[in-house]
Design a protein. Structure first.
Length: 415
């Protein structure tokens, strides 16, 4: 198998790992301007918002493990391939020189043994850093059960490392991943956190992980509560959620006709509330329902379940109270705090500050007045019907400026 054939096989196999964001393009093998065909190139974003292209590839898709949900499991009859460290290093450098990519995302199935696989990943990154003097972004997987010394050596060469936690509970892990244990995943995660705190230039961009959503009956509360724990204990940069794509027929996996993309979207929104808005998992799921409401975003869901806290007066509310109002974000809350010192704020002022009154009007007052008189004592069911995001419930589609209806919706702000 030549190197291009390997790239096709191992680039396509890497698409199921969402620990770095991907463009998800399906345009086929068109090598024109902006090509993002499935064999290898994905998009990610830096902290300052820049979009960068990464060569996203597996070192090998040959695996000694037999995880029920994985396309690369050893019992599957699929086309197998394995790179050499030199091949990946040359691919990365050649793609970089042609301005196709700005970095590398390198993952792998487990061939021969965890230590052998981790050794190959280390050699690959070592070649890039020392032989080719590549100083670009590199994200590498830490392999469960691998030697901590190998993980340590690799961490000093990589910008980011990730250990996929895979499933939200130990029970699900035992059911679908008989070869993995909770300890085999958490041990390297804990080790990376410890070394990063003690040493400079060790995984300077931090670590991340991935959870598969929809392959088991784990609730959204269990997923978000686990993410909250991971953020606090291991100081993860991100937890990525991957809607399960049915690639295997296995009785242990919940029957899934299509990936639960809307649920994945809501989990990302809830995750954002945990990381940025100081919510806790227990707050979001205070009622008996342990799953997110798919019809509205989690912030609206929480507000509707806690209507006794509203409405709040924007001219007196604390910053912490303001950011919990649907339609008021971090920036607009800071603008409110800053500007209300000089004069009392009205609804027109809020609109200029970026507050989305379409949502916020049900939960706030300005100078003791509601946006409209009928909003007083409106029941949560009525509010929810008015706030249901019909666009998010539809199947995602690419917007086109040649579609008059879509174009009009974008201009008027309906989308």
């Amino acid at each position: 198998m030549d190197i291009l054939e390997k790239l096709e096989v191992l680039g396509a196999a890497a698409k199921y790992d969402v620990s770095c964001a991907s463009s998800g393009s399906k345009r086929g093998k068109h090598f024109g301007i902006g090509s993002t065909f499935s064999a290898g190139i994905c998009h990610s974003w830096t902290d300052d918002g820049r979009c960068i292209s990464l060569l996203k590839v597996l070192f090998t898709n040959e695996c000694i493990f037999d995880c029920a949900y994985c396309i690369n499991r050893k019992s599957n009859d699929i086309k197998r391939a394995t790179f050499t460290p030199q091949e990946i290093a040359e691919l990365t450098i050649n793609f970089y020189k042609r301005n196709y990519i700005e970095g590398l995302f390198l993952s792998s199935a487990i061939k021969n043994s965890p230590d052998w696989t981790m050794e190959m990943l280390f050699r690959t990154v070592w070649l890039l850093r020392y032989k080719y003097q590549f100083n670009g972004y590199i994200h590498v997987k830490a392999i469960p059960y691998a030697s901590l010394d190998l993980i340590r050596k690799t961490g000093f060469l990589a910008d980011r490392m990730s250990v996929n936690i895979e499933l939200p509970s130990e029970k699900s892990l035992r059911l679908l991943c008989p070869n993995k244990t909770k300890e085999s995943i958490l041990k390297p995660m804990e080790f990376i956190t410890k070394v990063a705190e003690e040493e400079k230039n060790f995984v300077s961009a931090g670590q991340s992980t991935q959870m598969i959503i929809g392959a088991t009956d784990d609730s959204d509360y269990k997923i978000i509560n686990l993410s909250q724990h991971l953020y606090k204990k291991f100081k993860l940069k991100r937890v990525y959620y991957s809607a399960y794509t049915p690639v295997n027929h296995d009785p242990r996996i919940l029957k899934v006709d299509s990936p639960p993309l809307l649920r994945e979207h809501r989990l990302y929104q809830a995750d954002w509330l945990i990381r940025v808005y100081n919510f806790s998992a227990d707050e979001l799921f205070k009622s008996k329902d342990e799953n997110l409401d798919l019809e509205v975003d989690p912030k609206v869901m929480w507000a509707l379940r806690n209507l006794d806290r509203f409405p709040i007066e924007v001219n007196r509310a604390s910053y912490e109270e303001l950011i919990r109002v649907p339609g008021i974000g971090i920036k607009s809350a800071k603008r409110i705090i800053k500007n209300r010192v000089f004069h009392s704020l009205g609804f027109e002022d809020l609109k200029k500050m970026g507050v989305v009154l379409k949502r916020a009007k049900y939960f706030i007052t300005c100078n003791g007045k509601t946006f409209e008189r009928y909003l007083i004592d409106l029941p949560p069911e009525k509010i929810k019907q008015k706030l249901i995001d019909k666009n998010s419930l539809q199947r995602p589609q690419q917007l086109s400026f040649f579609d008059r209806e879509v174009f009009t919706s974008v201009i008027t702000g309906e989308i």
